[in-house]
Design a protein around this ligand. Structure first.
Ligand SMILES: [Zn+2]
Length: 334
């Protein structure tokens, strides 16, 4: 076998465990993940996983280790695979690409990517912009990609179509497989991306209330939903009259963000409209932590993944959820 067939096989297993151990307990007290008792004693190591420390909880009289109830709990794959997968995810690789580089099945990496993306979104749930904020909207074709819940082909109730669905004239809508994406870009640098069912006045007002602090200055185009917004100092440029900037009033940063988002989403070769908020949330994370390199971003994700409460929610997809009564596909604020 050539030496460089898989780079993660060159990782030292003990070093990985020491790294994860440090990350797990760095900013947290050593406590039982089941009963939160801090009355714990060391309980040796595993002979087949040296470096993974085991503890005895005097509260619930059970043992736990560095990985109990985290996202990496009960995974048969090595820690090196997890660390490399997180790193590759931050380099915008698709689940299939990661599967090929790691030598695992793509359904494994699909699950991992889904969990890790949700974990990253936990950093973004409370983000609200202030100051001068630009907004713009985009309609992304997203249908029913993926298999049925129990495997096999999915029943669509209609004729199958290619990924290159012909565009219908006018604005997109969730039910027409073209949900809207609204980008809020602060001139200070932070961004918020939201996937919404439609682009009505009500939806845009709710989206703005969640993303931007009241009283902020808002620059948009002349779409009527923006013009009806309440609670902001609002100015807009009129694209139909070929006006793209009027002094300080423009939305070029928001349009620039879409020029980065489009090639990011293209890598996945079509995404399901149900998963669109997850991909957007992760892209938002990557943009807001863009001053750090992919290793540092991966470390942030792994640190959150080692927190049992975040891991539990990430596995269930609770940070990115489809909200019906809100008419909004939005990250849930907790
Ligand atoms: Zn306990």
């Amino acid at each position: 076998m050539p030496v460089l067939s898989y780079v993660h096989q060159l990782f030292n297993a003990d070093t990985c465990h020491v790294y994860i151990h440090t990350l797990r307990w760095k900013d947290r007290p050593l406590q039982c993940p089941r009963c939160q008792s801090q009355d714990v004693d060391p309980w040796g190591n595993y002979h087949y996983r040296s470096g993974c420390k085991r503890y005895w909880c005097n509260g619930c009289k059970r043992t736990f280790n560095d990985l109990t109830n985290t996202l990496l709990h009960q995974s048969k794959r090595s820690l090196a695979s997890w660390i490399l997968a997180t790193f590759l995810l931050c380099l915008s690789c698709s689940a299939r690409r990661i599967a090929r580089e790691l030598g695992v099945h793509s359904s494994t990496t699909y699950r991992w990517c889904w969990w890790l993306r949700n974990t990253a979104v936990s950093y973004e749930t409370d983000r609200r912009l202030e100051g001068t904020v630009e907004a713009d909207d985009l309609y992304h074709t997203a249908g029913h990609k993926g298999q049925a819940k129990r495997g096999g082909p999915k029943h669509l109730g209609r004729r199958a179509r290619g990924r290159r669905k012909k565009r219908e004239p006018g604005r997109g809508h969730y039910d027409k497989d073209r949900p809207a994406i609204i980008a809020w870009v602060s001139r200070q640098g932070a961004v918020v991306l939201q996937a919404t069912r439609d682009f009505t006045v009500k939806t845009v007002q709710k989206a703005a209330d969640l993303a931007v602090q009241a009283g902020s200055r808002l620059y948009t185009d002349s779409a009527s939903s923006y013009r009806a917004l309440k609670g902001y100092v609002h100015a807009f440029v009129n694209h139909t009259q070929k006006e793209y900037a009027r002094g300080e009033v423009h939305e070029n940063r928001a349009e620039c963000l879409f020029s980065l988002l489009k090639p990011y989403l293209r890598v996945f070769r079509g995404i399901s409209k149900l998963n669109l908020p997850g991909y957007l949330g992760f892209f938002q994370f990557l943009r807001n932590f863009r001053h750090q390199n992919a290793f540092e971003q991966a470390q942030l994700i792994l640190q959150a993944a080692l927190e049992p409460t975040i891991a539990g929610k990430a596995r269930k997809g609770e940070f990115v959820r489809y909200l019906d009564h809100f008419d909004l596909l939005q990250t849930v604020r907790n």
